[in-house]
Write a protein that binds this ligand. Structure first.
Ligand SMILES: Cc1cc2nc3c(=O)[nH]c(=O)nc-3n(C[C@H](O)[C@H](O)[C@H](O)COP(=O)(O)OP(=O)(O)OC[C@H]3O[C@@H](n4cnc5c(N)ncnc54)[C@H](O)[C@@H]3O)c2cc1C
Ligand code: SF4
Length: 502
């Protein structure tokens, strides 16, 4: 069986895992834009060994791309992501690197809950075996804690991360309040992370705190680990580093047209180019030059301060700077909106980003005290109350992405913040009354070719044209407030399994 996959991100990884299990003798070709990030040469050395000049070089590269952004961007050793200029507070990421957006992601992996499958042709029970397979492959750190009361099964199989004292205190402070007044119950627990926390592993996290630059230990899972392993083993026989323009299907045989030529004779094709990438290819392939909508979760950022006592007198240099804990904002009314708040320490990266790197030796002591006192919170809302983009192809066949609508999430954010302030304040914690700061994108994109869509029919197996299957989040009708990539990978594995056995 000749199989083509477009993309090398998490959806591609999930597809490959299932194909390797179901059709191990298949002849697999992966097509991918496949750009390699331009990285500074520090990428394989511990940050303690990076010189001031090297930090300077890194920040110079970051500033050249972004100027002074807020919040500061997560980069891959200086390489950031380009964005579609879709409008005010609306700049979704462009995915063009080998490994997709997972080269830059923060590896938070939560499953969907039963209510998140509205409009799907299947439910949580049917996806659970695939969640298990993906969890086994990527490894998930965490603990069975209060978040399980909302999320059910956690799929955790790696030791929990060590969390800085103020964040642990916040977690305990929130969970101690079982009888909350108002419209929400706020629960707290450890983030579920695709990060290697096994002390004896060659890739284990060493708490260097510099995740915002990229992980020199490769402790954070990214899709190149899976796609690269299948390339090395020979299961992926061919890797074509070209941008795909469109696909076609005739007499059940599929053709892929790239910028450089045509590749014929595939028995099956899986579209795993991310929601924007897959949409662009499908729009060209089906002749739909407009009328496609992509949804993005609205998100906000704010600080929480800790002025209480009981903190260890260390230099606070050992930490992981991606999300450590999560506050689940669970509505008491079942028709209410669930919000998901990522809690992280205030990383040294932010200081170096806003102040000259050379000043670091004078700032580091103040930063250490500040780090023990300041907590960064990012709050996410479901796509049902968030922004959307209109996609179109212009006369020269180029993809245009324009904001359609911001959605009503501000009003929910204000209500949640009011409740959150009541629950968080006290015991040394302060959530100051600041103006809402909106983030320009969540990096979670769904909904272009949804299951049960009215314009284009998509089967349960993701089949959208004969033997052409969508394997990424383009088919998700909505994206809930918690992260979605675990579900992208599990559903890609299910799609591939059902497609080759159907
Ligand atoms: C800063 C950041 C933090 C994030 N943190 C999290 C998190 O903590 N948890 C979480 O769940 N998610 C997170 N995400 C989102 C997550 O990375 C994405 O949901 C995930 O990568 C989507 O996987 P995908 O394979 O569907 O698409 P992508 O990762 O976008 O991969 C698409 C692939 O298709 C290729 N491609 C695109 N168009 C074409 C074309 N025309 N021809 C050939 N190839 C093409 C690209 O090169 C790429 O390899 C984050 C993202 C970012 C940017
Ligand atoms: S703290 Fe972050 S960058 Fe450092 S080893 Fe751990 S995951 Fe990697």
């Amino acid at each position: 069986m000749r199989i083509a996959i477009i993309g090398s991100g998490p959806a591609s990884a999930g597809t490959l895992l299932a194909l390797h299990k179901e059709v191990p003798d298949a002849d697999v070709t992966v097509f991918d834009i496949g750009k390699e990030p331009q990285i500074t040469p520090v990428s394989d050395r511990a940050p303690q060994e990076w010189s001031i000049d090297e930090y300077d070089q890194l920040h110079h590269q970051i500033k050249e791309q972004f100027g002074l952004a807020f919040p500061p961007p997560k980069t891959f050793f200086g390489q950031g992501l380009k964005k579609h200029p879709a409008g005010q507070n609306a700049k979704p990421f462009i995915s063009e690197f080998y490994g997709g957006l997972s080269r830059h992601w923060s590896a938070s992996v939560f499953p969907f809950v039963p209510g998140n499958f509205k409009g799907w042709p299947l439910g949580l029970d049917e996806l659970t075996p695939y969640y298990n397979e993906i969890a086994e492959h990527i490894g998930i750190s965490g603990a069975h804690d209060r978040l399980n009361s909302y999320f059910g099964e956690d799929f955790v199989n790696l030791p929990a991360i060590d969390v800085p004292a103020p964040l642990t205190r916040l977690d305990q402070h929130v969970n101690a309040q079982r009888d909350q007044k108002g419209d929400y119950d706020i629960i707290s627990g450890l983030n579920r992370l695709a990060v290697d926390t096994r002390k004896d592993s060659a890739n284990s996290c060493v708490y260097c705190g510099e995740c915002m630059y990229g992980c020199f230990r490769s402790a954070i899972y990214d899709a190149t680990k899976t796609v690269g392993a299948f390339r090395a083993s020979g299961f992926v026989k061919s890797f074509v580093a070209e941008r795909v323009r469109k696909v076609s299907s005739k007499d059940r045989s599929v053709t892929v047209e790239t910028e450089k030529g045509r590749h014929n004779g595939f028995d099956k094709l899986f579209l795993a180019a991310g929601c924007f990438g897959t949409s662009e290819i499908l729009m060209r392939s089906t002749g739909l030059s407009k009328g496609i909508t992509v949804k993005d979760n609205n998100s906000y950022v704010f600080p929480i301060f800790y002025f209480g006592g009981g903190l260890p007198k260390d230099d606070h240099s050992k930490y992981i700077s991606i999300t450590n804990t999560v506050l689940g904002i669970v509505p008491k009314d079942e028709k209410g909106v669930y919000a998901h708040v990522h809690i992280s320490p205030f990383a040294d990266y932010y200081w170096r980003y806003y102040f000259p790197v050379g000043a670091w030796r004078y700032l580091s002591r103040g930063a250490s005290i500040f780090k023990a006192r300041m907590i960064l919170a990012k709050m996410y809302f479901p796509t049902e109350v968030s922004k959307s983009y209109a996609l179109s192809l212009d006369v020269s066949d180029k993809l245009l992405v324009d904001k359609l609508d911001y959605g009503p999430s501000d009003q929910y954010a204000k209500a949640v913040l009011k409740h959150l302030r009541r629950v968080v304040s006290g015991n040394g914690f302060i959530l100051p009354p600041l103006k809402l700061v909106r983030m320009s994108t969540s990096s979670h994109y769904v909904g272009a070719f949804p299951y049960a869509g009215t314009d284009v029919s998509v089967a349960r197996s993701g089949e959208v044209m004969p033997n052409v299957h969508i394997a990424d989040s383009s088919v998700f009708p909505e994206s809930p407030a918690q992260t979605l990539t675990f579900t992208i990978m599990a559903n890609a594995a299910r799609t591939a399994t059902e497609a080759v056995n159907g």
